[in-house]
Ligand binder design. Structure first.
Ligand SMILES: Nc1ncnc2c1ncn2[C@@H]1O[C@H](COP(=O)(O)OP(=O)(O)OP(=O)(O)O)[C@@H](O)[C@H]1O
Length: 663
């Protein structure tokens, strides 16, 4: 990584992205003041022009979609300028405080000479008072400048860390789904928290301290030459080997930091997964096993920290020793020069003070250098992610006109394998046509790829070959954001966010800020959710817990249906939406689903074959292809067909279950 990369920090957007670095990537996610839950909003315009003006509407515009994409690039520019000015001011203060610090030994040497050479025994009070008062004033200015510098740098540090985090979060959110199949959540979270912190700190407060040390060391060396070139040459012979040592040390620390951060990420990943699934850990009584695994990972981090501690101790010991040796050599050589009248006592005192400052600055530089190397080590991991271009853009491509969009779906010779398992294709020439406004059920053995159909339709992945079309337009040329806006999903385990029920329902709307409470309540009524929500003491304000853990499966389903209702999509994908429910819940959810399905193109992924009798058609998926397609009745009539076999198998299993229960 280039050492200049930290400069990029200044170019990172300070607000949720959307205007510069991550153009057309993300919308802003305004936060609800009550719960901190985030609503997803719409995105800014697409970049590709529509190739066919007859059927394609103009690109999405912020107005037409209620976009909250980063508004006011002017304000963004002003803020960036203000931050640049802030940093320049800090550098100015740094200059003032360094000048004061480094001129002090010179003037103090003059004061000493004034006292020492006053051989006449005259009254020094007047001139001494004036000189000391002037010097005190100068020192005060230096102290004030230093205070201001430290304050500004700490503020900048937080701003830069914030920028890093928002840019990084934006970059993570923009990545294609395949990226998340390969990355661990814990590692990504570690980058967001610990790496961003390390890098931010190392290039702000640390950099300012480092600059100060460099300025003081350089000025100190200059003044040492000014005061006594002979003595300066003698003393500085020690610097080159020290510099070489620092370079090796820096490389080593950078490598160690990268390793440490990677291991920490592994530990975070483990902790995050186990805490998130504490019920499973508890049910299997695996607390001790998990603790051991975590400790093992953390032990490795400690091992690395030990290596770092050794390097750090040796480095600091060596630099401290160097500082003391410098002082000692100044005394030795300076004493000799004074004895031959080549130096006054004031000059030797000044030189000693400069040597002292240079020693302190070198020690400060070593701490700066090791923190910078740590920051750059963390930065290597961050830039990897910040620079990563998502394989599938979020908001580029063409947009079909809403009133002309019918919602006909076709899979045309689709071949597909998951990026992580390229050797095991899921589809091998799959053909399926779902006419606009019809309800199609897809059934098939477990693992045949039914849910994968949903992922492909949502363009979470693209087919390896073949095409999926909506109203005869290849989904790959359509704007993914527009596409997902027109597709609603309800799955077996709908994911709710840890915020209020109202916010969870409103999440489905393109622009939740335009919703009234009445809209949310109506959606809940249609989804058969209103009564149970109202039975909670806090009603729609009830917070549902992480992933909706405080609600039952059926309640979560009905909230997900209300959410899908507010989205009002043309296409609806139901992935085993009722298979995990008991019969009472199933009835309520099915009733809600029937209302939701009205007037839409629906693809139902079904496990329980009894629930799909009222669909327009049923397709049977096996070994990567559709092998049967027809009405429920037609397929049942085919005694050699797979559908018939699946139904018979399911009936047999249900009967056996009943017998076992009765026994
Ligand atoms: N993200 C993924 N990466 C790699 N392989 C995956 C991924 N998701 C699913 N698979 C694999 O793809 C195959 C099809 O999975 P899919 O979930 O589509 O099947 P399904 O027919 O819906 O199964 P079920 O009826 O059991 O839910 C399975 O073998 C599964 O292991």
């Amino acid at each position: 990584a280039s050492p200049l990369r930290p400069l990029k920090l200044l170019l990172l957007p300070s607000s949720p992205p959307g205007s510069t670095m991550q153009t057309s990537c993300l919308s802003a996610f305004p936060t609800s003041p009550s719960t901190g839950c985030r609503y997803s909003r719409t995105l800014q315009s697409v970049s590709s022009p529509a190739p066919n003006s007859l059927i394609l509407s103009p690109p999405l515009s912020p107005d037409s979609t209620g976009s909250l994409s980063f508004r006011g690039s002017k304000a963004f520019g002003v803020r960036k300028l203000a931050q640049l000015l802030q940093l320049l001011t800090a550098v100015g203060f740094l200059g003032v405080s360094s000048i004061v610090t480094m001129s002090a030994p010179f003037f103090l040497g003059n004061v000493i000479d004034l006292i020492y050479t006053n051989t006449t025994g005259g009254d020094l009070t007047g001139s001494l008072t004036t000189l000391c008062a002037m010097l005190s004033g100068v020192f005060l200015c230096g102290a004030a400048a230093n205070t201001a510098r430290v304050y500004i740098m700490h503020i900048s540090e937080q701003q830069i860390i914030k920028r890093l985090r928002t840019s990084l979060f934006s970059s993570i959110l923009c990545q294609e789904v395949g990226f998340f199949d390969k990355s661990s959540t814990g590692e990504l979270i570690n980058r967001l928290s610990s790496d961003a912190d390390l890098l931010g700190r190392s290039v702000t407060v640390n950099l300012s301290d480092g600059l100060r040390a460099v300025a003081q060391a350089a000025a100190g060396v200059g003044m040492m030459f000014y005061v006594s070139p002979q003595l300066a040459m003698f003393v500085l012979g020690i610097v080159p080997p020290l510099a070489l040592f620092s370079v090796f040390y820096g490389r080593y620390i950078r490598k160690l930091t990268k390793l440490t951060q990677n291991s920490l990420a592994g530990a975070t990943q483990l902790a995050e997964e186990r805490i998130g699934n504490i019920r499973t850990v508890r049910a299997f009584g695996k607390e001790n096993v998990e603790l051991e695994k975590y400790t093992e990972k953390i032990d490795y981090v400690v091992q690395l920290a030990r290596k770092e501690a050794v390097a750090l101790a040796v480095f600091f010991g060596a630099t401290g020793l160097t500082g003391n040796l410098i002082i000692l050599s100044v005394l030795y050589k300076g004493g000799l020069l004074m004895s031959t009248a080549h130096m006054t006592i004031g000059e030797l005192s000044s030189f000693m003070m400069y040597a002292f400052w240079v020693g302190i600055s070198i020690t400060g530089l070593s701490s700066f250098y090791s923190t910078l190397m740590k920051g750059l080590g963390a930065g290597d991991r961050l830039w990897e992610l910040l620079d990563r271009k998502p394989a599938m853009p979020l908001n580029e491509g063409i947009v079909l006109q809403s009133d002309q969009f019918k919602g006909a779906i076709k899979f045309l010779g689709v071949h597909f394998a998951y990026p992580t398992r390229k050797e095991s294709p899921i589809f091998q020439g799959l053909d399926l046509s779902i006419p606009a406004g019809s309800i199609m059920a897809v059934v098939g053995p477990s693992g045949s790829g039914k849910s994968t159909l949903v992922s492909l339709l949502l363009r979470l992945y693209d087919p390896t070959s073949g095409a999926i079309t909506l109203d005869d337009h290849d989904t790959r040329i359509l704007n993914p954001y527009w596409l997902r806006k027109n597709i609603g999903t309800v799955s077996q385990e709908p994911v709710l966010f840890s915020c209020s029920i109202a916010e969870n329902i409103a999440y489905g709307a393109v622009d939740p800020s335009q919703l009234s409470m009445k809209d949310i309540e109506n959606a809940a009524k249609i989804a058969n959710a209103f009564n149970f929500i109202e039975s909670f003491p806090e009603g729609f304000e009830t917070v549902v817990g992480e992933k909706g853990v405080l609600l039952s499966g059926g309640q979560k389903q009905r909230i997900a249906i209300a959410r899908a209702l507010l989205k009002n999509p043309k296409i609806l994908l139901l992935d085993e939406a009722t298979s995990a429910l008991d019969s009472e819940n199933e009835y309520l959810v099915q009733q809600a689903l029937d209302r939701l399905m009205e007037g839409r193109t629906v693809l139902i992924i079904a496990h329980r074959l009894s629930t799909i009798q009222n669909t327009n058609a049923v397709a049977v998926l096996d070994q990567g292809r559709i092998i049967e397609c027809g009405t429920h009745k037609e397929l049942l009539a085919n005694s050699n067909g797979l559908f018939r076999k699946l139904v018979e198998k399911q009936t047999f299993l249900q009967d056996s279950q009943m017998v076992a229960l009765n026994a």
